[in-house]
Ligand binder design. Sequence first.
Ligand code: CA2
Length: 149
Amino acid sequence: MQKILVLNGPNLNLLGKRQPEVYGSTTLKMIEDLCVAHGQTLDQTVTHFQTNHEGALIDAIHAARGVQDGIVLNAGGYTHTSVALMDAISSAEVPVIEVHLSNIHAREAFRHKSYIAAVAIGQVCGFGAQSYVLALSALAAHLAERDAG
Ligand code: CA2
């Protein structure tokens, strides 16, 4: 059984409630439920946490060390700004997959830069809620391969 943390950053609590023309009508609760259900098919125990605060994201990453087998992280806007988040991931010794609902590379230039990408094992973006599902599957494969030696 793999233990996976799905970690969501700022403003993602508003999903499905504001600006549906930009981010769609799927709520964060629907994404969390989808992750738990998909995790069950992969023999993963999925827990989730959302915060609007950079320090709380860093605390959650620190707390995952030695507890979680992997993290699926949508750092929201902090993706493009936070060296502190990048440093936390570097020191956590927990594999992280970066996810985004939107294709950040097809959006404004400031979204093309990700501080997370340099320290994540990979990035999934552009598939809406399915980005999370794909990331869970990728983590399952990554962990199985790593543990096989
Ligand atoms: O596409 C993604 O998942 C993003 O991480 C979403 C972030 C954005 O800053 C990143 O560049 C890409 C923004 C999340 C804001 O979510 C909202 C949801 C509803 C209403 C307003 C904001």
